[in-house]
Write a protein that binds this ligand. Structure first.
Ligand code: VAH
Length: 321
């Protein structure tokens, strides 16, 4: 992997991945793209191009212009937004993915796109969910993730495209707010803890979901893309996770740092129904065995770092305003 085009760079993953890849591979070797340009280090501190992923010709023109060898496709609607706009979610998530796979096929690019724990459904074993198991999701997001996994495996088997992917759990980060996900409560809780000392969770007590701190997620993308292909038994997509938590456990972790923090509930039935259809905990053995996946952050270490970095960010923002 030497020169990389990334779609969806202004999203929660893209904004941190772009910065990391510029550090690792050189600023001029990372082509950041998104559907709009904003005032952001992603747009201002390296190569940035406007790209709507439903425009295949533009995607191909950019890949050829910059002579990239790798395409990381992140642009997609997340679960809650996709459930509110299912037809748009299909068009964007599947149309964008097909365009990206076709560009990768025609230009012989290494390819990464994420799947999600959302690719599983109520019939999947919910504890220690196996790498290879039943995938019958009941959300449009999940349908696009399963279809996406199958499409990426097809492009590898049929056309030899070097496709790789992971099934991301909920991702927690302080740099960019997530957009329209079901696991976003696990990000919101840290912001609200610092702002108000209290948070009303839209996900119910006792709802366990896999989660991961963003540094571990970025490490996983780079590790998988640099992995020896001869070791890969699986490709699209690997179960990965760092922890399985519910709102109570996240609150208890915060209270170790902020003893007066309190947690309440204002459950969102739409996102609760989505969360209830997902597994409680994944088995990440294949990722560990096939490419050395090894997350560094558990819940308490993530909480300490989130609260420290987020409070600095909020202080800087309030000073700037
Ligand atoms: C979502 N954050 O909630 C995303 C993710 C596992 C969840 O796919 O839709």
């Amino acid at each position: 992997m030497k020169k990389i085009l990334i779609t969806g760079c202004l999203g929660q993953i893209g904004s941190e991945l772009t910065t990391r890849l510029r550090e690792d591979y050189g600023t001029d070797n990372v082509i950041a793209t998104d559907i709009r340009k904003i005032d952001s280090p992603v747009c201002d501190e390296g190569i940035f191009e406007i790209l709507d992923v439903t425009d295949k010709q533009k995607m191909q023109d950019l890949a050829e212009k910059y002579e990239v060898d790798t395409l990381i496709h992140l642009a997609a609607l997340l679960s809650a937004v996709a459930e509110a706009k299912p037809q748009l979610a299909w068009d964007l998530n599947m149309g964008g993915l097909m365009n990206a796979l076709e560009v990768a096929r025609e230009l012989n690019l290494k390819f990464f796109t994420p799947s999600s724990i959302g690719c599983f459904g109520p019939g999947t074993p919910s504890e220690n969910t196996p790498q290879d198991t039943l995938q019958r999701p009941t959300t449009m997001y999940g349908v696009t993730k399963v279809a996406g996994e199958l499409l990426c495996d097809y492009y590898h088997a049929k056309f030899g495209v070097d496709t790789r992917g992971v099934r991301f759990p909920g991702l927690i980060s302080y740099k960019t707010l997530p957009g329209g996900g079901t696991t976003d409560y696990a990000v919101d809780i840290y912001y609200e803890a610092l702002k108000k000392g209290h948070y009303d969770s839209f996900i119910e007590k006792g709802t366990f979901m896999d989660m991961m701190y963003m540094p571990d997620a970025i490490d996983a993308i780079v590790q998988l893309l640099e992995a020896d292909p001869s070791r890969l038994v699986h490709r699209n997509a690997f179960n990965i996770t760092a922890m399985s938590v519910d709102p109570e456990q996240v609150a208890a972790s915060i209270q170790k740092v902020m003893p007066d923090f309190t947690l309440g509930y204002d459950v969102d039935p739409v996102r609760q129904k989505i969360a209830d259809s997902w597994p409680d905990s994944l088995d990440a053995t294949c990722a560990k065995n096939e490419w050395g996946f090894a997350p560094k952050y558990d819940l308490d270490r993530m909480t300490q770092d989130m609260l420290e970095k987020l409070s600095k960010k909020m202080q800087n923002t309030s000073m700037a305003n």
